[in-house]
Design a binder for this molecule. Sequence first.
Ligand SMILES: NC(=O)c1ccc[n+]([C@@H]2O[C@H](COP(=O)([O-])OP(=O)(O)OC[C@H]3O[C@@H](n4cnc5c(N)ncnc54)[C@H](O)[C@@H]3O)[C@@H](O)[C@H]2O)c1
Ligand SMILES: N[C@H](CO)Cc1c[nH]c[nH+]1
Ligand SMILES: [Zn+2]
Length: 429
Amino acid sequence: MMKLIRVDDKRMDQIVSAHVKRDYDPYEDIDLAVQKIINDVRQNGDQALFNYTKQFDGVTLSSIKVSESEIEEALRQVSEQEKAVLQKAADNIRRFHEKQLEKTWLDDGTQGMILGQLIRPIERAGLYIPGGKAVYPSSVLMNAIPAKVAGVKYVVMVTPPDQSGSVSPYTLAAAQIAGVDEILKAGGAQAIGALAFGTETINAVDKIVGPGNIFVARAKRMVFGHVDIDMVAGPSEICIIAESGANAKYIAADLLSQAEHDEEASAILITDSLPLAEEVQQEVIHQLDQLERKEIAAASMQNHGKIFIVDHLESAFQIANQIAPEHLELMISEPTLHLAKVRHAGAVFLGEYSPEPLGDYFAGPNHTLPTSGTARFSSPLGVYDFLKKTSVIHYSREQLYQAKGEITALARMEGLTAHENAIHIRFDD
Ligand SMILES: NC(=O)c1ccc[n+]([C@@H]2O[C@H](COP(=O)([O-])OP(=O)(O)OC[C@H]3O[C@@H](n4cnc5c(N)ncnc54)[C@H](O)[C@@H]3O)[C@@H](O)[C@H]2O)c1
Ligand SMILES: N[C@H](CO)Cc1c[nH]c[nH+]1
Ligand SMILES: [Zn+2]
């Protein structure tokens, strides 16, 4: 089921790129469909949302907004123990993200100049929380808490309703714990269109964050520029580097933990040990059978489950950097000593007691991470995604006089005489 691929150093790049998908595009006409949905929402507002919710989620809604009484009822359905678990995870996530806060800075002005940077939160953030094939209260915490830590005043969450027209009580409990201000029942491209352009019920936001399926990802890409977005996150990915002697049961379990998300999720092992590779192959088959979502996990393993066999661990790191996976686990002795070799990954998990679900749910770092190789140039969702900067400039008369020659010379190089004049006019020359 997991394909074994031997990689020799000379042809590493070709072999790896032939086996690792980069883009996820199973439907040729997906952009057309998504554009049509967004245009419809822009023109017809709430009515388009009602229609698409009926069409794609199979439910006729009476209201898009989740009411106070629905939230109260949901909270009654979540046990105190479950609330405490959500609260503990939220505390860890908040503590981690508070370390990312940036502060406004300004020079003290003693040189007759003040240069600096104001840090301000965006005003309105829209969170997309997936709800098609599974419910994700953990994603509510991961997306809302950094926004609130950044100081965003208005955080609105959209998520598709289930067949009864409700939102999972766990999702609603997580939203309450994270301080989400408004919750709306809308999913897919139509929800992204509504957040970007607004409807009668939904006020447009400044930035849309959060993961979702291909319709959500494409819609986010289309509205980017009109609003900001965090990233275009694709299906989950895990890559494990393991050496001889690593625990095959743990490796198989961790690979399957991401495979169960989605038929398009990918799970990759890179090892210098053929016996370990074969053991993991068997273990995956054995453990798959016990999973509730075994059809999804099996399809994902069949489509994107790979084991690369290398001659030495150095090559394993080169391959992992080439893949730039969302999650990278190091199942090797003294993993921290090898951290410097990791160039591109969304999150790195060190040692056999740091399985990927620890990061998905609990440790504190964000689980919304760059996928499809985009860890080459982008970072996990964080407080910084909800902050923007404004530059501050002040010169005294004396400082401007000293810089006058250089500024006017630069203006002349560009042929911009009005710029030059704005300096001269202050000194009557
Ligand atoms: N990176 C992360 O942090 C993270 C976290 C959780 C989930 N995920 C990923 O998010 C994704 C969630 O996907 P999902 O489908 O379960 O939920 P989703 O909420 O993203 O998508 C469901 C919506 O898709 C739309 N849709 C479905 N079929 C359609 C069609 N034929 N045409 C137009 N629109 C259609 C509907 O509007 C529906 O409400 C998975 O890939 C999962 O792996 C990622
Ligand atoms: N692994 C997902 C990100 O790739 C996040 C998640 C949410 N719940 C479980 N897992
Ligand atoms: Zn996960």
